[in-house]
Each structure stands twice: as C-alpha cells, then as structure tokens.
Write a protein that binds this ligand. Sequence first.
Ligand SMILES: Cc1cc2nc3c(=O)[nH]c(=O)nc-3n(C[C@H](O)[C@H](O)[C@H](O)COP(=O)(O)O)c2cc1C
Length: 454
Amino acid sequence: MSAAKQVILGAYFPGVNHDTVWSDPASGSHIDFASFEHWARTAERGKLDLLFLAEGLRLRTRGEAIFDQDVVGRPDTFTVLASLAAITEHVGLAGTINSTFNEPYELARKFATLDLLSGGRAAWNVVTSFDAPTGENFRRGGFLHPSQRYERAGETLAATRRLWDSWGSDAVVADQESGRFLRDEHVGDFSFRGEQFDIAGRFSTPRSPQGHPVVLQAGESPAGRDFAAANSDAIFSRYQRFDEARAFYTDVKARVRKAGRDPDEVKILPSAAIILGDTEADARDRHADIRSRQVDPFTSIVLAETVWNRDLSDVDPDGPVPDLEPAPDAPKWIKGRAPLTQDAHATAEAWRELGRREGLTLRQVVTKVFDRNVFVGTPSSVAAEIDRYVREGAVDGFILGSHVSPSGLDEVVDRVVPLLQDRGVFRTEYTGTTLRDNLGLAPASRFGEPGTAG
Ligand SMILES: Cc1cc2nc3c(=O)[nH]c(=O)nc-3n(C[C@H](O)[C@H](O)[C@H](O)COP(=O)(O)O)c2cc1C
C-alpha cells in the first residue's frame, strides 16, 4: 500500500485583514519581535512547513480616512524573516513581495540573501498589486496598466531567475593557498531584455542553497492562474470550501499540465482558520462569537464597499443587501487592498440572491461569504477533514491563520497536529534541510548543472 498523501501546513501571521480581532484581549502586538518569535517557535514546534507574511504597501483608506478594520501598519518583510531565520532551524520563510514596484536585481539579491542566511528556507510569494493608490507611494506612481501586471511579473521572475543562475554553485573556490577566490571571470554576468526590462550587468550575491528560492503566487484571474501554472512552486489561494477548493485545484492543475509541467510540482495551499471546541456544539458557539467580532456592523459595510466601490454608509447593515449597482470603474473608494472580486456586478447579484434565498441581512451575507474558518469542530473532526481535503484532491495543504496573534496557532499545533501525525499524514520530524525538501519539491538547478533543467 502506498504511503498516505502528506498534508502541507503553513502559518500566516494574523493581523492583516478582517479575519483579525485585534481588540480581543488575547491579541498581542503585531509589530513586536516577541510576537513574531512566539509565532515562529510555535510553527516550528508543530513541524510546519512554512511561515508566511502577506504584504500591504499603503495604509488602507476609505474615502480619505484611514480605518482600522485592518491592523494599521506592518513592518518590512525581509527584516522580519531575516530575524526569524536566526531563531529557527527548519521552518520555511515565505515573504509576499510584489513584482510591480520592485526591480529584479533587488529582489534577486534579497531573496538569495535570505536563502543563504537561513540555509535554504526562503520563499517568494509573487503578487502583482497594480493599483494606482499603492503606486502613489512609489517613484513611478500607478504607472502599470492592469493588463500588463502579469507581463511584468513574468519578466521580473524570469530576470530574477537569470540573476540567481549567474553564479554557479561552484563559483566560489576560496583557495587560500593559491589566493584564488572565484572560479572564473564571468561570475555574475547577466543580461535580460524584454518589454519591461532591459538590464545587463554583474550580479553580486552567490548562489544560495536552494538555487532558486521557492516561488509562490497569489492571484486568481485567468492570467494569474496561467502565470502560476507556468512559474510557481505553490499557490496561496482563498478557495477553501471543499467544492470551490476542488474546482480551483482541478482548473489550476490542468493549466500546469498544459504548461508542460507535472501537476505535482505546483502545490495548492488555501488560507484557512481552525476553530476548535471540546464538542461540536462548543466549536460552533465559539465560531459564531468570533465571526460576530470579525464582521461587526462597520466592517460589514467596508467589505461590501470593496465590491460596490462606493460609499455605503447610508446602507443599514442589518437590512437587505442593497439594490444599488456597483461602480467598479469609479476611482477607488477603498484604497490599499487587493480587489476581492473579479466581477463586481455578478458578485453583487450573487449576494442579493443569497440574501433573498436564505433570508439574510447584508451583515449576515458578508459574514458568510468571507468566512475563512472552514474547520470548526473538535480536534479529531478537524484533523479528519484536513486529511480528507488532501486525500480527495481539493488541496495539497493549508496556510493557517487565526483571529488573534501571536498565540492563535498554539492550539492547532497542540491539539490538531498530533492527530494528523497519528494518521500518518503529517511529519513527526523534519527530514530535509531546505524548504524545497519540506514541500517535496525537486532542487532547482542551473542550466548545465546536474538536477532538473532550467
Ligand atoms: C489569497 C490571496 C492573497 C493575496 N495576498 C496579497 C498580499 O498579501 N499583498 C498584495 O499586495 N496582494 C495580495 N493579493 C493580490 C494579488 O497580488 C493580485 O494583485 C490580485 O489578486 C489581482 O490579481 P488577479 O487578477 O490575478 O487575481 C492576494 C491575492 C489572493 C487571491
């Protein structure tokens, strides 16, 4: 009998959206090193595959006002991950860094450095956030048309890979007797010419343990899915309910095959939260309480505004989903967050239909639609469900969040992970040394070196 399919588990640091209840007495600081330390040590204690940081490059505003539906402000990803590299040994370190506002040289240098310093544990979640309000914080403003975002992402990644490949793994000889440090004159030579970049020079950072840090992607348009299928090692998605997760999984794995790759090479990892109780009823009560605090009346209006793209402050959250038309082409009303929907009109209609069908208020619809807490139950029922999702081909694993930081992960690690281990679907010890090893991915090789091509 073949071994049971293994579950991949990551953890994202809570504190970046409406899943957070920062006013909960159990919530700590979202910027103290002690919080990141607690979170990272818990993940490593649970033998998790990776830590994951999201990114936001602008404070979120509604109209002109900053609002704290989100936790306001976050520290720099590379600094946080580098500090966590020093206090952990095995867990992967994944940073979300967008490809629109950064240059390949800087990206390649920072990720290669993180991979070097962590002994091969770095990952880059490539996002394309193109919105003009975020662009206002950068030299070029909102210079990139949405239709070009994946063109730039593709070229950024291709150029970055060329830079990583510009040093062979044997480039540093460091022979103290002969005084020869580098193997040849051409170390770091690169050139890349495309529509977005025309660069040629010498790259300064030696090849890192993974060769290419693991590449993740988060984005869901057809262009985003094709980009992920052709280029990524893993996808962070929001599709966690079983049927939608399996539909996404099937669609993306078919795209991976079409791109000429083995579907097993791309791992699909939705975000999810787990709410536990000693009984199913306990867990449901806890879930209802947490949801009512995650989506309070104001938050429900803000989340509706991300779809309608207009001021809905006159709408009663405890009334029906409004009969107003969204204004997707108007200037952005909520700035600084990724769009939550591909088609505002269809989404608004789907919400109205859900409200009518189930007799729900706007706030109840929002609470339901944005519920990421797919696993609500006892530790054993939750472990069984996670196993089922993976076994039945809906996901390869999950990236877990919690409504409080930094302690939210503790109960999952203490109560659910051991049951997954008992089932034989989750590691009891780290066996490899790199994140690629954790994820069951082949090492990245440089052209002309042993291993997989490319
Ligand atoms: C699950 C998920 C998580 C995302 N996380 C981030 C993030 O942390 N920071 C960011 O700038 N964009 C994030 N994005 C937005 C993507 O970068 C992208 O801009 C957006 O999804 C539009 O691309 P698409 O049209 O392919 O979906 C996320 C998207 C998804 C689906």
